[in-house]
Design a protein around this ligand. Structure first.
Ligand SMILES: NC(=O)c1ccc[n+]([C@@H]2O[C@H](COP(=O)([O-])OP(=O)(O)OC[C@H]3O[C@@H](n4cnc5c(N)ncnc54)[C@H](OP(=O)(O)O)[C@@H]3O)[C@@H](O)[C@H]2O)c1
Length: 244
């Protein structure tokens, strides 16, 4: 049976590039996001069978139902990637952008992550597939940024949540691979800088490699680990002086 992957947030940027990369590797792909037309266009260009599911992850119940319907429609689902996310500068601390960021990156992320785990753990019991959940976090998870406080905090949530899922595996006797991807700057509509920026295609290739290797964690591009390690080492008062 052909391997199947669901990419939530597949209508642009990293998710779109990864959906294309996975299809090139032979995966059937389930494409999910809000922009149905865009997903249909991308699906039509893939070399393998594509399935489209319109979902707004902030409507958590509807998104979870849509996720399970997509799973049922596909031949098999071995991999789920959650790339859906939003972020913007918000120095004025307006409530609306903070709320939206938390809704998509925290509530929406968790709604789909738990649905994916529920599905994989049932399949585990039936010994059909081990399952693989991948979350797109960010190097932003490693520090609090005055310009994007909710975004960085939401990405710290994603990274810590995925670590929690990994640590939970032993307790529940399941064998789902959980991969945390922390990109630096990637040239998409959401990019917040140009330093060491890579294309979505380069990011997708590195993410696909991490998936193939069943890695627990990967920086994209790899040299961003130097920035993450430095951020982890610097005391907050020093960091405050060097941040823009
Ligand atoms: N670009 C960077 O520099 C960078 C760096 C580190 C981490 N990341 C992370 O990478 C992930 C992908 O971002 P990107 O750079 O590829 O940006 P992007 O091109 O804007 O892609 C964001 C994706 O999320 C989807 N999305 C947004 N809100 C949604 C909602 N409410 N429900 C369902 N889907 C939703 C969008 O689809 P619709 O609009 O069609 O719903 C789109 O497919 C994000 O989690 C981001 O935090 C990006």
């Amino acid at each position: 049976m052909t391997d199947g992957a669901i990419v939530v947030g597949a209508s642009s940027g990293i998710g779109e590039a990864l959906a294309r990369e996975l299809a090139d590797e032979g995966y059937e792909v389930g494409l999910a996001a809000r922009r149905t037309e865009r997903l249909t266009e991308i699906g039509a260009e893939l070399p393998t069978m594509a399935y489209v599911a319109t979902m707004d992850v902030t409507d958590t119940q509807d998104a979870r139902e849509g996720f399970f319907e997509l799973v049922d429609a596909m031949q098999s689902v071995d991999l789920v990637v959650i790339s859906a996310g939003v972020g913007c500068a918000n120095y004025d601390l307006d409530w609306e952008p903070e709320r939206r960021t938390i809704d998509v990156n925290v509530r929406g992320f968790t709604a789909i992550a738990t649905a994916a785990m529920e599905y994989f753990e049932k399949e585990n019991l039936a010994s059909k597939t081990d399952g693989h959940l991948v979350g797109i976090s960010s190097v932003a998870a490693h520090f609090g940024n005055g310009g994007t406080p909710a975004y960085n905090a939401s990405k710290a949530f994603v990274s810590t949540y995925l670590e929690g899922l990994r640590n939970r595996q032993r307790g529940v006797g399941s064998d789902v691979t959980i991969t945390t991807i922390e990109p630096g700057f990637v040239d998409t509509g959401m990019s917040m800088g140009t330093f060491w920026e890579c294309s979505p295609e380069t990011a997708a290739k590195q993410i696909a490699r991490a998936i193939e290797m069943r890695r627990e964690h990967a920086y994209v591009t790899r040299r961003w680990r130097l920035v993450a390690w430095t951020l982890d080492l610097l005391p907050e008062f020093v960091l405050r002086r060097v941040l823009p």
